[in-house]
Ligand binder design. Structure first.
Ligand SMILES: [Fe+2]
Length: 275
């Protein structure tokens, strides 16, 4: 048994599709009700669909009863505030799970490398059904920001950078690719993230929008990359040492465990208190 996966993701694990004309829409994301993500104060989320319709953003598997990342329940308060965002999340004609707007504060390239992680979307997902991937709709105009995607966590040669101007739309197998966002600047970035099941409906949605499985990545200076990589690895090593000093499993935080196990949340934020 295995999962139903879409051929479009075989080569690179992601598909960039036609941009959405974000400029014509009101900035609905500014009105939403946000919640902090666990112990982290930096990143906030505004759920449009959660496990049971409450204003919270925990993984569906952490609820009672637990469920996989499908059958998200619309959050009435935020749906009422963001009818266009809700409509966009409903375009897929497939089962959707978590759907939320992320508010991400500015960071550095080294931060983004440190935050690289894989999601755990398919926990509890029954084999034989569709593999759950995630759609990212960039809302704010962040032409200098990029989504980092890597096949191998600490190997920059496997990296792709996906630019994030307003309206950028990319669907990513986030359980295969390590990912995070490098967001320079002085204002938060907002993005609508939706968990979607791989099936014909999703395939049609992607195909209709002229998918490209390669990105127009900006070129980075190799010395800049190497310095940031070293900074991120040093930070990770220091964190691993701190975890070991607390008598916890030394594998925490080295990327071989899922984010709940590692003490990082799915956005790479530290959740030390829950490790
Ligand atoms: Fe993620």
């Amino acid at each position: 048994m295995s999962y139903q996966k879409l051929p479009i993701f075989e080569e690179t694990g992601f598909a960039i599709v036609d941009s959405y004309d974000q400029s014509i829409d009101p900035r609905e994301w500014e009105q939403l009700i946000y919640v902090d993500w666990k112990s982290s104060g930096d990143t906030r989320f505004a759920p449009l669909a959660s496990a049971y319709g409450d204003i919270e953003c925990d993984g569906f598997w952490n609820h009672v009863p637990p469920k996989t990342d499908k059958d998200g329940v619309w959050v009435p308060e935020n749906v009422a505030l963001a009818p266009i965002l809700t409509q966009r999340a409903q375009e897929f004609k497939t089962n959707i799970g978590r759907c939320r707007v992320i508010e991400l504060q500015p960071n550095t390239y080294a931060d983004a490398i440190y935050n690289l992680h894989r999601d755990d979307n398919n926990r509890l997902n029954p084999e034989g059904t569709g593999w759950i991937v995630r759609a990212f709709f960039n809302l704010t105009d962040n032409p200098d920001s990029v989504m980092l995607l890597r096949e191998v966590k600490d190997d920059p040669s496997t990296e792709t950078l996906v630019p994030l101007p307003a309206g950028a739309q990319v669907v990513i197998d986030t359980q295969r690719l390590y990912h995070s966002v490098w967001h320079p600047g002085d204002q938060p970035r907002y993005c609508l993230i939706t968990s979607v099941e791989s099936n014909q409906g999703l395939d049609d949605w992607i195909t209709e929008r002229h998918p490209n499985v390669h990105a127009q990545s900006p070129q980075l200076d190799p010395a800049f990359v190497a310095a940031a990589q070293a900074e991120a690895e040093a930070k990770a090593a220091a964190r691993a040492a701190a975890i070991a000093a607390r008598g916890l499993d030394p594998r925490f935080g080295d990327g071989t465990m899922s984010y709940e196990q590692s003490g990082l949340d799915e956005y790479g934020q530290e959740v030390m208190s829950e490790a």
